[in-house]
Ligand binder design. Structure first.
Ligand code: MG
Length: 390
């Protein structure tokens, strides 16, 4: 379906909100971050501070050495979240679909031919109504919209269409492409590939044999091709399962063995629905009916049994206290579509990829022979549980 894609990114977001709330800070170097005494890092900094070399994720102590006159403010996440919600509500007034990438960044799908006009309108309204600078990249796909936005910053608007690719994209360093982290960049450098144009000049097969499936993807990106869809929130909000033991369990290993089985079940259902989960919750009921639920939100969404299990196990070990336990349960929430995950994140996680392959084989067996035919040794070995879904 033809549509224009916008990538909207709020500039120096936390620092901009602070400058908006306190006009006396406008034009000053502002750093939002932890205290230097507590070895805090910079969460966000205004462009005035960036001129001194201050950057996000830098230790605050170092930032203040570079820019001693900077105004240092603590992180006020609740305030930034409110501002973000106001901005995103505005996005929804104009867009047919919105993919929330982070607190200050979103992809918008708008009718074809309307991208630039809507981008101008959004920039004006975010500035006038909410007092914040917004950069927007406009194109036909996510890749080019993202790169256009990088080129538009700060406080700018830029279009980048497929026909501009040879003039605009090819001179840039390969690291502008998603999926090119340090490792891949080094590998490409060894092949004599430095710019996106160098990459585009190679044969797709050459890249695929050197880099696997990433090679093919990068070749398409280098030609400005990207068919990733916008990932909007799904209907399904959670998946979970729990088990009540036939008799209270005091052995930690036995409780964990039951938890493995539950994590496999949840992982399988996630993959079958083409979903990934960001948040894993464990429910623990003690023999005296006291119930504890604890959650962890992961840096990346997951769908492998192993990833769900690692999170659940850690929560259990930290919060289960002493047995006897009557019930354990696992739930995943914050669900997103499977292909949400970006290549750059994938390539650094070989273990996860291997697990995904294993999970795919197991799923195939389960589909053919029934879900219970495949059980890992651990879940088989010790659990004497009565399964059941809430
Ligand atoms: Mg931003």
């Amino acid at each position: 379906m033809p549509r224009d894609i916008l990538l909207c990114d709020l500039d120096a977001f936390f620092a901009s909100v602070e400058q908006c709330d306190r006009t006396e800070l406008v034009g000053l170097p502002v750093i939002v971050g932890g205290s230097p005494e507590a070895r805090g890092v910079v969460a966000s900094c205004s462009y005035e501070a960036r001129r001194f070399g201050v950057r996000s994720a830098m230790p605050v102590r170092r930032a203040l050495r570079l820019c001693p006159e900077a105004v240092l403010l603590p992180v006020d996440m609740a305030r930034y979240r409110r501002a973000s919600e106001e901005v995103f509500a505005l996005f929804r007034q104009y867009a047919e679909a919105v993919e929330e990438v982070s607190i200050d960044e979103a992809y918008l799908a708008v009718p074809p031919g309307k991208g630039v006009h809507i981008a101008q309108e959004l920039r004006r309204r975010v500035r006038e109504d909410l007092g914040l600078p917004l950069s927007v990249g406009v194109s036909a796909n996510k890749l080019l919209a993202k790169i256009a936005c990088e080129l538009a910053k700060p406080d700018g608007l830029k279009e980048l269409w497929p026909e501009d690719v040879p003039f605009v994209l090819w001179p840039l360093d390969v690291s502008v492409l998603p999926g090119v982290g340090q490792k891949t960049r080094k590998r490409l450098d060894e092949m004599g590939i430095r710019s996106v144009g160098d990459l585009a000049a190679r044969r797709e097969e050459t890249l695929a044999s050197a880099l696997g499936s990433l090679g093919g993807t990068l070749w398409r990106y280098a030609h400005g091709l990207d068919d990733r869809e916008l990932e909007t929130a799904r209907e399904e909000k959670s998946l979970g399962t729990e088990t009540t033991f036939p008799r209270d369990v005091s052995d930690r290993e036995e409780a964990l063995a039951a938890l493995v089985g539950l994590c496999e079940d949840v992982g399988w259902r996630l993959r079958r629905r083409m979903l990934l989960a960001r948040t894993v919750t464990v429910k623990i009921r003690h023999g005296d009916y006291g119930t504890v639920t604890r959650s962890v939100t992961l840096p990346r969404p997951v769908n492998t049994d192993g990833a769900v299990w690692r999170a659940a196990k850690e929560l259990f070990l930290r919060h289960a206290g002493h047995g006897p336990w009557r019930l354990v349960g696992v739930q995943v929430t914050n669900l997103v579509d499977t292909d949400w995950r970006q290549l750059s994140l994938l390539e650094d996680h070989g273990r996860e990829i291997r697990e995904e392959k294993l999970a795919a084989v197991l799923d195939d067996l389960k589909a053919r022979y029934g879900k219970d035919v495949v059980r890992r040794a651990r879940a088989l070995g010790r659990s004497k549980v009565r399964g059941g879904r809430p």
